[in-house]
Design a protein around this ligand. Structure first.
Ligand code: F0G
Length: 327
């Protein structure tokens, strides 16, 4: 049985015995060795596989805390703006809590699987005619009106939950890694890891972030975010750790995405490979211990596969035809 994140890390979260445990079995995700990436980079590379969370992304770590607190505080409903994963997570945890969820999506810019998840969970979905940043502005206004509790990462409980990934790394590796590579969208995840490592008390890894060079138009739809709302916290982490962000063209993000699937067997969504892409561009010192946070599952974005790979060929159902097709 997976211990709920709210119970595993109870002492280090802003919750009490009055806080309901709203769980789907989040956190405690696999830390997987990456032998081929390690050989390629001359380093000890690990993958923190956050796609193994219940709704297939790291968002579940923060959402279990945010929705539990919303329930405890008597919220009537939750709202989020999302490039997809936050909405899938919010919809699932709200369903679990028995709360209505309102999801604001940038029109036409969200991967198929993520929309399916939120629809199946019974959320109300609206396509906002604008960008993610526009949708987030609207969600913040609804929160200010008091009709909905905002469960984007501006909700402080989200980062509290997400910081637990750093605790897991410190526990499993016996300390922080030398380098932590991850995607940079709004920066909430980076801010949360920095907080978690600070609280673990053994120093910060060097943060290496991969962000889309074309933030507003990247094919990596999860990180199609014009302005990162957590930029100050990210810059503070850089100042403390000597880290930096690398701007990546889509080709480099997609190349890292393919490499993860074909060389390590790990099928992520494209945005999730931005940390790996940053690492390939800016290799770590020889022998460094590196963790790449792989943020979301590949099944969320089947259209990305359609764009990148040919479909299966048709073949007659006999061994000769099949042998000829693969010769
Ligand atoms: N990776 C994935 C798979 C994401 O869904 C996101 C953000 C990020 C990385 C970037 O993380 O914003 O904390 O720097 N997704 C948000 C959403 C925006 O709405 O699901 P960040």
């Amino acid at each position: 049985m997976t211990v709920p994140l709210l119970e595993r890390f109870r002492e280090r979260l802003p919750i009490s015995s009055a806080t309901p445990v709203v769980t789907l079995g989040e956190g405690s995700t696999p830390l997987v060795r990456a032998p081929r990436l390690s050989a390629r980079l001359g380093a000890e590379v690990w993958l923190k596989w956050e796609g193994a969370n219940p709704t297939g992304s790291f968002k579940d770590r923060g959402m279990t805390v945010a929705v539990a607190k919303a329930l405890e505080d008597g919220a009537a409903a939750v709202v989020c703006a999302s490039t997809g994963n936050t909405s899938a997570s919010a919809a699932a945890y709200a369903a679990r809590a028995g709360l209505p969820a309102l999801v604001l999506l940038p029109a036409g810019a969200v991967a198929l699987g993520k929309v399916a998840q939120a629809r199946a969970a019974g959320a109300v979905l609206l396509q906002v005619e604008g960008s993610f940043d526009d949708a987030l502005g609207a969600a913040r206004e609804l929160d200010a009106r008091g009709t909905h509790a905002l469960v984007n990462s501006l909700n402080p409980y989200r980062l509290e939950g997400q910081k637990t990934a750093a605790f897991e790394l410190v526990e499993e590796l016996g300390g922080p890694p030398d380098v932590l590579a991850l995607p940079y969208g709004g920066g909430g995840n980076t801010a949360a890891y920095a907080r978690g490592f600070r609280e673990a008390g053994e120093g910060l890894p060097r943060f290496l972030l991969g962000e889309a060079a074309d933030r507003s138009g990247t094919a990596a739809s999860a990180i199609r975010i014009g302005t990162p709302v957590h930029r100050e916290a990210v810059d503070a982490a850089f100042a403390e750790s000597g880290g930096s962000a690398i701007e990546l063209p889509d080709e480099e993000i997609l190349a890292a995405w393919k490499l993860l699937a074909a060389e390590e067997g790990l099928f992520a969504e494209p945005s999730s490979a931005a940390g790996v892409a940053a690492l390939l561009r800016s290799p770590p010192p020889a022998g460094a211990r590196v963790v790449c946070v792989v943020t979301g599952h590949g099944l969320k974005d089947p259209e990305a596969v359609d764009r990148a790979f040919p479909p299966p060929r048709s073949v007659a159902p006999g061994p000769d035809a099949i042998a000829a097709a693969v010769a």
